[in-house]
Design a protein around this ligand. Structure first.
Ligand SMILES: [Cu+2]
Length: 172
């Protein structure tokens, strides 16, 4: 009885360790709306904190959006596949999350959503003309198996094999 409990516990532990893909997590990002100091274009969104590259489908994405510019901006998020290829007029109708509209200079807002299935996310400013000035950002999802998984301890397979052997002997 004691052995079978131990084996069951070990089996549960193995399943937890070997299960593909870590459980959904929360990724906190700070995204700044800028009107200069941009990698491309005049305007831009820049991730100033948080690991956007770690986002995977099913994760909770918690964005702190900060308008550091001198005019109004707003934040929208959509599945990457729904973005306008030319980065000029992605329709607001494809947004899965959005900040307050026309946020004043210096204003902040928090936007939380669940990352949908697909290749990634698209963030853009919904104020007319701003997307075409460069105020957009593409975020590709983390590749499966990247990062978060806990590596297996080297002794675990041997311990599991031993326990299974003991369990089989004890069960007869
Ligand atoms: Cu804007």
């Amino acid at each position: 009885m004691r052995l079978s409990l131990l084996a069951a516990f070990t089996a549960a532990l193995l399943v937890a360790l070997l299960a593909p893909g870590a459980a959904a997590k929360t990724v906190d990002l700070t995204v700044e709306a800028r009107e200069g100091d941009c990698p491309r274009g005049t305007y831009c969104f820049v991730v100033t904190s948080g690991a956007a590259e770690d986002i995977a489908p099913g994760d909770t994405v918690d964005v702190r959006f900060v308008n550091t510019g001198d005019t109004v901006h707003e934040f929208l998020a959509a599945p990457l596949a729904d973005a306008d290829d030319g980065h000029t007029n992605t329709p607001e109708s494809v947004a899965i999350a959005e900040s307050q509209e026309n946020m004043a200079p210096g204003a902040e807002d928090n936007v939380t959503f669940t990352a949908p299935e697909g290749d990634g996310l698209y963030f853009w400013c919904g104020v007319s003309g701003h997307e075409s000035l460069g105020m957009w950002l593409e975020v590709s999802y983390a590749e499966a198996g990247d990062g978060e998984d806990t590596p297996l301890p080297a002794w675990l397979p041997a311990a599991a094999a031993l326990l299974v052997a003991l369990f089989r002997r004890g069960g007869r």
